[in-house]
Unconditional design. Sequence first.
Length: 107
Amino acid sequence: MAVQIRKRKFPSGVMHWQADIRVRLPDGRYHRERCKAPGNSRSQALKWAREREAHLLRYGRQGEDGATRGQDVPTLAEFVPRFLVEHVEANRLAPTTRRHYDVVLRT
């Protein structure tokens, strides 16, 4: 179990704190998260990272995103028609682009 905080600088010059959290979950597996920590100071970022670590130790990874749990993920064959309607037609892509997508996705 370890928490590290680093200062990260984007090419645009924006600075933020990155939390690197490594824990052994209750089921015995190891889990690592690297994410942008909220807060403007190192101490705020460290406090958030320690709280996140405690949450992972207590509950594991489940229960984090209740909206996606239990949903069926479509296969690529099921998703292609929806993609063609919702992306290709909705964005009014050029006919050559439509044909290219159709060839790539149907093969």
